[in-house]
Design a protein around this ligand. Sequence first.
Ligand code: HEM
Length: 479
Amino acid sequence: MELFYVSILCLFVLLVSLSLHFLFFYKLNLKPKNLPPGKTGWPVVGESFQYLAAGWKGQPEKFIFDRIVKYSSYIYKTNLMREPTVVFCGAPAHKFLFSNENKLVQSWWPSSVDKIFPSSTQTSSKEEAIKMRKMLPNFFKPEALHRYIGIMDNIAQRHFEADWDNKDQIVVFPLSKRYTFWLACRVFVSMEETKDVDRFLERFNLLAEGLLSIPVDLPGTPFRRAINAAAVIRTELVGIIKQRKVDLAEGKASPTQDIMSHMLLTADEDGKFMKEYDIADKILGLLVGGHDTASSACAFIVKYLAELPEIYQGVYDEQMEIAKSKGEGELLNWEDIQKMKYSWNVACEVLRLAPPLQGAFRDVLTDFMYQGFSIPKGWKIYWSAHSTHKNPEYFPDPYKFNPSRFEGTGPAPYTFVPFGGGPRMCPGKEYARLEILVFVHNLVKRYKWEKLIPDEKIVVNPMPVPEKGLPIRLFPLKA
Ligand code: HEM
């Protein structure tokens, strides 16, 4: 009986969607002229399934390149996330998009994100992102981050001692997540007790699952669990913020000890300070956005170094040179990071081949023309890192792992975009560079390793991960 009602409901939704599609685009002749080539797929769901399926098969670029070939065009229309969308491919398209932020286009997130991260001022995630954008650079600029390198090294050492040492085999992905999350908890809110961090991580995993789920807000759905988890974390964070205010007033906490102090003490252009609830929300967003991306990069470095012994050797030589220059117990510092040039080239090559974020959306603010095609107001634009990263025009033999691509002046502008570009470029880029390099230093100093599943499948959902989490056998190196 239930099945009968569900079928009727599906049929009804399909009919209504088809009618609206027909009415708007054909009957009322509202179909914009000269749209880019391409198919918008099924009503409502569009080509979302094809896009997701390419990722599940570990070939997210297939969706992008199949259509470039099919339509002989570097821009084409489709329908993703239930939105009519134009995919912008290639370096000139990236340049155009990143240079027109807030003029022709603006960053866009699905409305479900607002449900998980509502702000007390009832503004949208878009407006909140702009506020956050203004506040972050001071905290995340390289000079300000210098002071955290020693802290990162300390956390990395404790991470390897707790989770890797004295083990024959480990599964990398959950551990790299634990490392980046622990670090984020320390640098953002000065939380470093592992029991507190693990408790937080459990809730964050629920939140992350919900963000990726179908946004149905009913009891028991992953989406509802994510909303609840976010509420619990937010309440806990507000408690920590209240205590921090007291500690700052009594001189027991430092204004520069973490991002929480920074947010409490930084006013906006109108001289207003952020409310406790909003600070909690911003930190929540940073913890979510910041740790999953970098942990994917760390896990893929482990994978590629296992597969490519000559690359491992290059990284090992560079890191041991630094390690030998340090005194007993001396932590890494800014000068050491500057010496890690080859290791960073290797990390960049990993970010090129397995970008943690595949791309991002923009909302079209006004009708405009691009390459002779009209792009209607209200449509979405999607830019994809793969459209340049895996393109032989920009990276010859694109599937070959070759860190020398990043030597000298490196790749041409707008071709290497794992962190995006323009005003919305990832503000955590430098922080991510430091945490990845500190991870690599501590990793190769301690071990060699081999993969336990030689051809483990990669799944992109929405971040790339080895299907079984990348199990490896460890061979500790003599100290
Ligand atoms: C390897 C690690 C990382 C990668 C590959 C990465 C990549 C990206 C990309 C592609 C964007 C979207 C740009 C766009 O909309 O065009 C972005 C946005 C953002 N990232 Fe990262 N990210 C990383 C690490 C981090 C970290 C560690 C943090 C925080 C500490 C962070 C915070 C943010 C924030 C707040 C935004 C939104 C910026 C805005 O909308 O203006 N990211 N990141």
